[in-house]
Design a protein around this ligand. Structure first.
Ligand SMILES: [Zn+2]
Length: 457
């Protein structure tokens, strides 16, 4: 049995002697395989034991609501060459640490989906333990390979504190969260990237009111600017809504006759009832219909097959706005269209949108809620970045799992499915020297399991 526990846990250099369990803890007693140890300064093996202390207990994992503890014998050796004493090193934990690397990565994974308080309570650790390990993670990994399309957007950290999110839109990766909305923050981040990386950026995606656009553009010589589709449409819709409030104030406020929302929909998404409702309103207010038609043209513009067709349709939109009354709010949209025409049309090159960045913001908002607020900006950024999508980075930091390509295993024990990683899957289930049958050992498997929650997506 011990053979199998060990095989799955990877206690390199140790035997499992026995496992005990009580109400709150499971203790696994380990004993070293070798009688010797390597001296850290001269790298020679020695077997002179200088001192043998009480076994230390270190936290390893959590299973069935119980903390899994390892009981490790502590041996101090004496090297006769260097005339020095040294402590034995363990592969799966830092020297003098009271937890294994696996424990650190497990808690950080749990932290990426819930608050500090919850994790502290369930893993019996402290805030400082989590915060220190969170600070250790280095997210400044190189940008993905190949052509890059960067999306920039801002989100709110506090009442007036805005932060910039930078994402890679092709491979859907969060690259950075900058601590504030200033020009300096953008420059500081982009200066650190290599010239080769910057040259690979082919597209930059912004919304219409991103203040650091010019600063960001300056760093990328080969990049085209794309204005996000959603923001163009919603800007036009807002202007039309401002007109609507003047043309027909107080109309269409009921739940099923919400004029504001109905007018924002493209024609092909309207239900029959909504169409009837709009027709009824438009008979009464022809001016409103005029504006709605323009909005529909703008929706159709995004359905164009290529840039040239798009250019024609955009011209039509602009002409029809010019026919409107000059006092209308929508009239100011002409200025926007003229100023940003090329950027809006660049959308048709690759159909890039900032949708992924907006999705990241939704996730951030949700995490902010479950975290009950932050005091430290560094911790905030690291926690947002440590979310499950980026979990692989955490595991690599703590040396638990070498790469994503490690063999992935699924086990079914008593109708519960477990997921995990194995470095090699040629584990011999029927060990020749062992009398244990595979079935018996399956009952032990859940031990090693990393719950499906922590899987990288
Ligand atoms: Zn030595």
């Amino acid at each position: 049995m011990s053979y199998f526990i060990n095989k799955f846990f990877h206690f390199k250099g140790y035997f499992v002697q026995k496992a005990e369990s009580n109400d709150s803890e499971i203790t696994i007693h380990l004993s070293p395989r070798r009688k010797t140890a390597v001296c850290p300064s001269c790298e020679k093996r020695t077997k002179n034991i200088y001192e043998q202390g009480k076994p230390r207990k270190i936290k390893h994992s959590k299973y069935e609501g119980k903390i899994v503890l390892l009981s490790l014998p502590q041996r101090r050796f004496f090297c006769s060459l260097c005339k020095k004493t040294f402590n034995e090193r363990v592969d799966f934990a830092e020297p003098r640490a009271r937890t294994t690397r696996n424990f650190a990565s497990e808690t950080i994974c749990a932290l990426s989906r819930s608050s500090f308080g919850t994790v502290c309570e369930s893993y019996h650790t402290s805030y400082s333990f989590l915060a220190n390990h969170l600070k250790k993670i280095d997210f400044n990994d190189p940008w993905p390979k190949g052509e890059l399309r960067l999306g920039f957007d801002e989100h709110a950290y506090g009442k007036r504190h805005m932060m910039i999110t930078i994402c890679e839109l092709r491979s859907r990766k969060l690259l950075a969260i900058l601590p504030n909305y200033s020009k300096e923050a953008v420059i500081r981040y982009l200066e650190k990237r290599t010239e080769e990386e910057k040259a690979r950026v082919v597209e930059l995606c912004f919304d219409m009111k991103f203040k650091q656009q010019r600063t960001a553009e300056g760093f990328f010589p080969n990049a085209k600017v794309v204005i996000d589709k959603f923001h163009v449409l919603s800007y036009a819709a807002n202007l039309i809504d401002a007109d609507r409030r003047i043309i027909c104030p107080g109309i269409g406020r009921y739940k099923y006759e919400n004029l504001k929302q109905t007018m924002r929909k493209p024609r092909w998404k309207l239900a029959e009832k909504q169409k009837e409702y709009l027709n009824k309103i438009f008979e009464e207010y022809p001016e409103l219909k005029e504006r709605w038609n323009i909005y529909q043209k703008l929706c159709l513009f995004y359905k164009s097959m290529d840039k040239e067709e798009g250019r024609e349709r955009l011209k039509e939109v602009r002409e029809s706005i010019e026919n409107l009354d000059r006092s209308s709010y929508l009239y100011s949209f002409i200025g926007t269209l003229t100023r940003l025409e090329e950027e809006i049309l660049n959308y048709f090159d690759n159909r890039t949108t900032n949708a992924f960045t907006e999705g990241v913001h939704t996730k951030i908002k949700m995490l902010k809620r479950t975290s009950f607020g932050f005091r430290n900006i560094d911790i905030y950024i690291k926690k947002m970045r440590s979310n499950a999508t980026f979990c692989v980075a955490i595991m690599c930091t703590f040396n638990c799992y070498k790469s994503i390509n490690d063999t992935f295993f699924i086990l079914k024990v008593k109708n519960i499915t477990f997921y995990g990683f194995r470095r090699e899957l040629n584990t011999d289930f029927s060990h020749p020297k062992s009398s244990i049958k595979p079935k018996m050992m399956l009952s032990f498997l859940p031990f090693l399991v990393i719950s499906s929650l922590f899987l990288p997506r």
